[in-house]
Write a protein that binds this ligand. Structure first.
Ligand code: GUN
Length: 295
């Protein structure tokens, strides 16, 4: 069994990005600048955004964290987005999801300038992704592709089963695994809450990508021998540790790992890759802005 070590690969990617930033600095060029907006006080969201900002510092990017109260109106958030769209100093920005109930998420994502949409959530970028055009690929799916590529996991002609159809992970992943090229060229089944006899489908899978948020959902009897298992779940489970919780994935790792050819651990699998690929998208955004302004 080969562990797909997202912690190690993400460190490699961050070192590659740092080298590029060092070169930019040496040439007297502007370094990439990522901004993140967070609305409200959700503990997990604050932690994720904090990690994104910290990762920017690590690689030499500039970063801006915009914290807005949970009572923020849609109009106020749209105004902030307009400011970031128009700020020449910002190369890319994200609005951390989920948003409070009073705010229409689709309206917010549509308001982001597609050239700064480093999450790849704007319909223009999502459409480009589906049409094999160069664009920002959402960071978590992008991180999974990068892991498959760096570990040379064969995807061509394989049956990939995606569990969960979220706009952030499951839906884009189902599109990307069926695209031409590597990683891709898979036959994809997208399963969700209305799927019947899911175990019958997962036991036919060469590659399983699970993004449900249900701890220990994927059991050994749902997986065939030699399958590749990618666990995108990150659920906080309360315990009596100092932190008060630990992170658990969607996969019953102890038993599933005995059957598979490759598997991602939680933590240390897909999670760190998401942050590394957000940095990669921000670097791409900077390069595109530089190119656009030199024309
Ligand atoms: N919430 C959970 N994952 C993500 C992500 O990748 N981007 C944003 N903006 N919000 C998220």
């Amino acid at each position: 069994m080969q562990l797909l070590d997202g912690k190690k690969v993400s460190e490699d990617i961050k070192l590659e990005i740092t080298a590029e930033v060092d070169l930019m600095k040496k040439n007297g060029e502007k370094v990439p600048h990522l901004a993140a907006i967070i609305v409200g006080n959700d503990g997990a969201s604050l932690t994720y955004v904090g990690s994104k900002v910290k990762a920017c510092e690590r690689v030499g990017f500039e970063s801006t964290l915009v914290k807005m109260p949970s009572t923020t109106s849609e109009t106020e958030l749209l105004k902030k987005i307009k400011q970031l769209n128009e700020d020449d100093n910002i190369d890319g920005f994200i609005v951390q999801l989920p948003l409070p109930k009073q705010i229409d998420t689709q309206k917010v994502l549509m308001a982001i300038d597609p050239s700064k949409d480093v999450d790849g959530f704007h319909p223009e970028n999502f459409g480009k992704m589906a049409l094999d055009m160069t664009t920002f690929i959402p960071a978590t799916p992008f991180g999974i592709l990068e892991l498959l590529e760096r570990y040379n996991v064969e995807t061509k002609g394989k049956h990939t089963v995606v569990i969960g159809r979220s706009h952030i992970v499951g839906r884009p992943m189902s599109i990307l695994m069926g695209r031409k090229g590597f990683p891709g060229n898979s036959t994809v089944t997208l399963t969700h809450s209305y799927t019947k006899n899911i175990a019958q489908i997962t036991t036919q899978a060469d590659i399983i990508i699970t993004a449900l948020g249900v701890p220990n959902y994927l059991k050994a009897e749902m997986v065939k021998d030699g399958a590749v298992v990618i666990d995108v779940g990150i659920t906080r489970v309360a315990d009596d540790s100092e932190k008060g919780y630990h992170i658990t994935g969607d996969v019953d790792f102890e038993n599933v790992s005995k059957k598979v050819s490759h598997i991602t651990p939680v933590p240390g699998g897909v999670g760190p890759m998401t942050i590394a690929m957000l940095l990669k998208n921000t670097l791409l955004a900077r390069e595109q802005r530089k190119f656009a302004s030199s024309k």
